[in-house]
Design a protein around this ligand. Structure first.
Ligand code: GDP
Ligand code: MG
Ligand code: ZN
Length: 304
């Protein structure tokens, strides 16, 4: 049969579900390794486009990966390798909640660093719960930094409508801590996919549905890549000097530091620490920056 181009919906135990021309195919990678795939936890991720040779009973062999427009990557701590969560996306939607689990700006800041040049949408879900001043201030700060910011609640359908309107036509990766309401939000954004989310997720020991792997879901107006809920997110970067460029407020001052390259951790005449002291850089964002540097240093110490 002739080769086809398809989009990866999910990959579990080296079997990839590929969607092409209205059909699903269960595919493996030809020769087990894709030409040109570097050291990564997973060579192919949801959203990837591949060329494959279809075979009997909707099976197939993937022969190559079509070059990606972009990818959202985190560091897989267990395996010590970069893990591609989603590919070819228009935005990363970082979902948080004001409570249960508590709001964690550190997590959001790390997602922003991982997203690199992919636009980030910060969604505060469970907006029906009380939102403290610190959380609202931080959400406003994200808006001020140039990110798109939304508040949603499964109980207020108009908040979902506003978000859906903004997302129309896009392919987005949804990330966030477990329990913030990602699955609930996705089901509200694309009710047609609701059944699917329930069947592809598994029940954990408390009987709740959990998402164990990333999966691409498609509705008429929207494509969503749901990613497994994670407790911690580590950036997939080993070069400390890259981190400043992923904080827009630091990036714009970096060239003014006397010491070059500057890590903004006590070097003399540092424009960034001066801005933190004077208040034009939010001290807690700077704290996130420093903690990311420290976590990379720790990773490197453990590796050697
Ligand atoms: N109060 C409130 N609870 C919500 C909302 N959205 C989801 N939840 C609840 O939060 C819990 C976790 O939701 P789930 O969608 O499984 O979160 P996920 O782990 O991020 O996918 C469930 O008990 C939901 O009913 C919301 O907008 N408000
Ligand atoms: Mg979920
Ligand atoms: Zn500096």
């Amino acid at each position: 049969m002739n080769d086809l181009v398809g989009i990866i919906e999910k990959g579990i135990n080296n079997i990839y579900t590929v969607f092409s021309e209205g059909e699903h195919y269960l595919c493996r990678i030809k020769g087990k390794k894709l030409p040109g795939s570097e050291a990564v936890y997973n060579p192919i991720a949801p959203g990837d486009r591949v060329i494959f040779t279809p075979a009997a009973h909707n099976s197939g062999m993937i022969s190559s990966l079509i070059p990606r427009r972009n990818r959202f990557v985190r560091w897989n701590m267990k395996r010590g390798l970069p893990q591609i969560m989603a590919a070819n996306i228009d935005a990363v939607m970082c979902t948080a909640s004001p409570d249960n689990p508590p709001f964690r700006p550190r997590f959001i800041d790390r997602v922003i660093v991982c997203a690199d040049s992919i636009p980030v949408i910060v969604v505060l879900n469970k907006a029906d719960l009380p939102i403290n001043d610190e959380t609202s201030a931080r959400m406003n700060h994200y808006r001020h930094l140039g990110y798109s910011v939304f508040q949603t609640s499964a109980y207020y359908t108009e908040t979902i409508e506003t978000l859906r309107h903004f997302l129309a036509g896009k392919t987005i990766a949804v990330v966030g801590q477990s329990g913030v309401g990602k699955s609930t939000l996705i089901n509200a954004l694309m009710p047609e996919a609701a059944q699917k989310t329930a069947t592809i997720s598994e029940k954990n020991n408390r009987g709740k549905h959990i998402t164990n792997f990333a999966v691409l879901l498609k509705s008429e107006y929207l494509t969503i890549i749901d990613t497994p809920g994670i407790r911690e997110i580590q950036v997939p970067i080993l070069d400390l000097h890259v981190i400043g460029s992923r904080f827009p407020e630091i990036a714009r001052l970096q060239e003014e530091c006397s010491f070059q390259p500057c890590l903004h951790r006590g070097e003399p005449d540092c424009a960034v620490t001066a801005a933190v002291e004077e208040g034009s850089i939010l001290a807690d964002r700077y704290e996130s920056y420093v903690r990311i540097l420290e976590s990379i240093e720790e990773l490197k110490r453990d590796a050697y």
